[in-house]
Design a binder for this molecule. Structure first.
Ligand SMILES: Cc1cc2nc3c(=O)[nH]c(=O)nc-3n(C[C@H](O)[C@H](O)[C@H](O)COP(=O)(O)OP(=O)(O)OC[C@H]3O[C@@H](n4cnc5c(N)ncnc54)[C@H](O)[C@@H]3O)c2cc1C
Length: 454
């Protein structure tokens, strides 16, 4: 029987990174992916990563002309619902061809010793006499193969095939994403009729969860994400193009794909198990990007899983628990708070958005600039300014009472979730009581999909 320390299911961005880093630590790692190498990660062509993130995680570099690099840009602009009040920011973003970069990441993992098997689909988990995970059965070219291991990492993306196959009571949630728990993303690759410098940078309209960014092989990508399905995206797109004057363009091609929009499982770990990437719903709540967001969890996982597995030890739920704690102390609490805030705050009209954008509250430079970066700190002055302008907005009929209630619910839920995630238990003791509190708060916060404006 094949024997490894770790088996990673899914060898896209999350799986390749974890496999590489655990191989570097000296563990034997097998990564299996159901796709052939030629078509791995083909869902869409262009994806973005921050240059700084690529450096921070030590990812393979890309350069102009290498077939992976597509473009780079630095200037970004947030705009109101009617395309006004620009709020500029600067950070280097690299656009890459996703499939080619994933193949590069696969090779990068192999260079450190990871064994990758393509056309190898997960079948089931194998358990020892105490009911603890001790291996995986997978299907390769019609043959069922069983491999032993101490740790299984679910990096299978939205299907979360391993997490969802765990027995009830194994210590990790088995939820499946419903259509309401996903973001349906549509990318239009366009050429401008008249090329103008101002449109060659990135623009973002939070009101419609829409953006325009430079592209390769076409002048730009106009992207939009929404709950409820691709037909609904088109409805919002219609409203967006009515309210915002985009440059005249012709659409060359359209791509569609889904990204999770659900809180992360309360625990990522169980005996001999960890979930990461889209399988653990680790995506930035403000834009749905998941590649580098997951690496924050994975970096923590590498540190604690390698300590838990030292000298041949079996990684128990208890010995992996610090991964939950460290993640929730950092990005976990920020994403939870942002997700709750956005679920309520997006329930407003373009008119209210225009007003708030103009007065730099809620959609302020500070909040928009800090989203998903880990650096968002609001003080009393921010809250007082928000309160003042919300009252003015109501008096001047720019904001309705229903919108105010929703904003308040978002701000309160967001604050309470931050405080709760800061109190995430240090050990599995007390976890059940913590989960009960979390369930109540998430129910109050609601979901983005609870509101259908059109
Ligand atoms: C249109 C669109 C644009 C996006 N743009 C960006 C962006 O610019 N930047 C960004 O950071 N994020 C972006 N995202 C999100 C990003 O694509 C995901 O968050 C990221 O790909 C998740 O990586 P992952 O490795 O967890 O899962 P995936 O990339 O989904 O990989 C899962 C892997 O598991 C394999 N697998 C599945 N089932 C099995 C099985 N049964 N057995 C074996 N293997 C299996 C699959 O073949 C696949 O290779 C975008 C998403 C969409 C839809």
């Amino acid at each position: 029987m094949e024997k490894f320390d770790i088996i990673v299911v899914g060898a896209s961005s999350a799986g390749s990174y974890f496999a590489r880093r655990m191989s570097e630590k000296g563990f034997s790692v097998l990564a299996i992916d159901k796709s052939p190498k030629e078509t791995i990660s083909p869902a869409y062509d262009i994806f973005h990563m921050g240059r700084d993130d690529m450096k921070r995680f030590g990812l393979p570099e890309v350069h102009k002309g290498d077939g992976i690099w597509a473009f780079e840009f630095e200037e970004q602009m947030m705009l109101s619902a009617y395309g006004n009040h620009p709020k500029p920011s600067n950070s280097w973003v690299v656009g890459m061809h996703k499939h080619d970069y994933i193949v590069r990441m696969n090779e990068w993992a192999e260079e450190a010793g990871t064994k990758i098997k393509y056309n190898a689909g997960f079948d089931s988990l194998v358990y020892d006499g105490n009911g603890r995970i001790c291996g995986v059965t997978y299907e390769e070219n019609g043959e069922k193969i069983t491999a032993e291991c101490r740790l299984v990492a679910d990096c299978s993306g939205i299907p979360a095939v391993v997490r969802r196959s765990l027995p009830d009571g194994y210590g990790i949630e088995k939820f499946e994403l419903t259509p309401d728990d996903m973001f349906y993303v549509t990318l239009r690759y366009v050429d401008f009729i008249e090329k103008k410098e101002e449109w060659m940078k990135s623009h973002f309209w939070l009101s419609y969860k829409s953006w325009l960014a430079p592209s390769a092989g076409s002048d730009a990508i106009i992207g939009m994400g929404s709950c409820f399905g691709f037909d609904y995206v088109e409805k919002v797109y219609e409203q967006f193009t009515k309210n915002v004057k985009l440059p005249a363009h012709k659409v060359k091609r359209i791509e569609r794909g889904c990204t999770p929009y659900h809180r992360a499982p309360y625990s990522f770990v169980a005996d001999g198990f960890i979930a990461m990437g889209d399988a653990a719903c680790i995506t930035k709540p403000n834009c749905g990007e998941g590649c580098t967001a997951s690496l924050v969890l994975e970096d923590i996982a590498v540190e604690y899983a390698s300590a838990a597995m030292e000298n041949g030890a079996y990684p128990t739920r208890e010995s992996l628990w610090s991964i939950n704690k460290k993640y929730n102390d950092t990005q976990g609490k920020e994403f939870a708070s942002l997700m709750a805030l956005l679920a309520s705050v997006v329930r407003h009209s373009p008119k209210a958005n225009e007003f708030l954008f103009k007065h730099d509250v809620i959609f302020s430079r500070k909040i928009l600039g800090g989203m998903g970066t880990g650096g968002l700190q609001l003080d009393l002055t921010d809250y007082l300014k928000t309160l003042f302008f919300v009252i003015i907005g109501i008096v001047t009929c720019n904001i309705t009472i229903a919108e105010l209630k929703s904003i308040l619910n978002g701000v309160i839920s967001s604050g309470k979730l931050t405080e709760l995630y800061e109190r995430f238990p240090e050990t599995p003791d007390g976890f059940e009581a913590w989960v009960n509190e979390a369930e109540l708060l998430w129910k109050k916060a609601g979901k983005l999909a609870d509101w259908k404006p059109l």
